[in-house]
Design a protein around this ligand. Structure first.
Ligand SMILES: NC(=O)C1=CN([C@@H]2O[C@H](COP(=O)(O)OP(=O)(O)OC[C@H]3O[C@@H](n4cnc5c(N)ncnc54)[C@H](O)[C@@H]3O)[C@@H](O)[C@H]2O)C=CC1
Ligand SMILES: O=C(CO)COP(=O)(O)O
Length: 319
């Protein structure tokens, strides 16, 4: 069973580095110039100090992706649907594993749902959970969730994508898993803003905990299992992303709280996902005050202090 990774950003490259311990891997990027540099230097500028394993074949030829049985989709969530649509015919019959964390803002679907809708004749799966690309690429121990509705196919993928430093757990709850990975980015922005504004660690703990409640509520409302949020794809990634400055979403929030600029070329999945989830919650009548308030904050309709004040002024209730 051959493996290709589509998208040679930080995460796609890190996964290829880890998988290369098991055998050959194709790493595809759309930018031929970047591929040439990576092939010559065996480095990716997005992953400082990491050498590309000799088992990695870097290519800008999309045919090398279609030659694989299992394709890891490591492009940003807002680009995934476009990629799938462009190549739908050639992706039929493949195992397509989304590695992206986000809700598509135009259709308000998660990435597994997008795969299922755009390439119905494929096995749709998701690899998610607490994992910084830099850690995986340095072969540090990491545990992830492999989500696939078809448990037999999921078990095969679990085995194929496990490496000496990547331990994969399996679930059939793709809805819960894709929401966990998407929503933790939203909560990380909120927590970063809270810390950046100087609200303190106690306020962050409150945001993380009440954020988790919103994540469970949304998972239940959309047909996922709320308890999936207690696993790696929810709790695990929420803790990592809301507390580490390695996270781009958290750093984006910090900049927001400190009223500093943030480099717009950096991938921050949580921004588009905040707007998508706020819209979804409104349309479905799901109570998601933190997400809703963050959407207003990102629109510059309220300040961080006003957002926290508004959350604290809500009617008192049972936990
Ligand atoms: N960096 C990390 O630590 C982790 C990232 N992820 C997820 O992986 C996904 C990708 O993130 P990163 O690799 O970190 O971002 P990145 O910004 O490092 O790389 C994104 C890559 O996607 C490529 N790309 C963008 N649009 C494309 C398109 N239409 N077709 C083909 N390639 C395209 C870009 O050229 C770039 O190489 C995100 O959803 C992120 O949440 C998940 C876990 C960890
Ligand atoms: O998903 C991640 C860690 O699990 C990476 O988080 P950021 O996209 O915020 O850097």
């Amino acid at each position: 069973m051959s493996i290709a990774v589509a998208g040679a950003g930080a995460f796609g490259t890190a996964l290829a580095v880890s998988l290369a311990q098991n055998g050959p891997v194709t790493l595809w990027a759309r930018d031929a110039e970047a591929v040439k540099t990576m092939s010559e230097t065996r480095q990716n500028p997005r992953l400082d100090g990491v050498t590309l394993h000799e088992n990695i074949h870097v290519s800008a030829d999309i045919e090398t992706v279609f030659a694989a049985d299992t394709i890891l989709l490591a492009v940003p969530a807002q680009k995934l649907r476009g990629f799938l649509s462009e190549h739908a015919d050639r992706l039929e019959g493949k195992s397509l594993v989304s590695c992206a964390k986000g809700i598509d803002a135009s259709t308000m679907t998660g990435t597994v749902t997008s795969i299922r809708e755009v390439v119905p004749e494929s096995t749709a799966a998701l690899l998610t959970g607490p994992s910084f690309a830099a850690d995986i690429a340095r072969n540090l121990p990491t545990a992830l969730t492999l989500a696939c509705q078809d448990d037999e196919a999921g078990a095969l993928l679990q085995k194929q994508l496990t490496t000496p430093n990547l331990r994969l757990y399996r679930t059939t709850d793709t809805v819960g898993a894709e929401l966990g990975g998407s929503l933790k980015n939203v909560m990380a922005i909120a927590c970063g803003a809270c810390i950046g504004e100087g609200m303190g660690d106690s306020a962050r703990a409150a945001l993380m905990t009440r954020g988790m409640t919103e994540m469970m509520r949304l998972a239940g409302a959309l047909g996922g299992r709320p308890d999936t949020m207690m696993g790696l794809s929810g709790f695990g990634d929420l803790v990592l992303t809301c507390t580490s400055e390695q996270s781009r979403n958290y750093r984006y929030g910090l900049a927001l709280g400190r009223q500093e600029n943030f480099d717009p070329s950096i991938t921050v999945e949580g921004v588009a996902t905040t707007h998508a989830v706020a819209k979804l919650a409104r349309a479905r009548g799901i109570d998601m005050p933190i997400v809703t308030m963050l959407a207003e904050l990102l629109e510059h309709d309220v300040s961080v202090a006003e957002a926290i004040q508004a959350l604290f002024s809500r009617p008192l209730k049972e936990e």
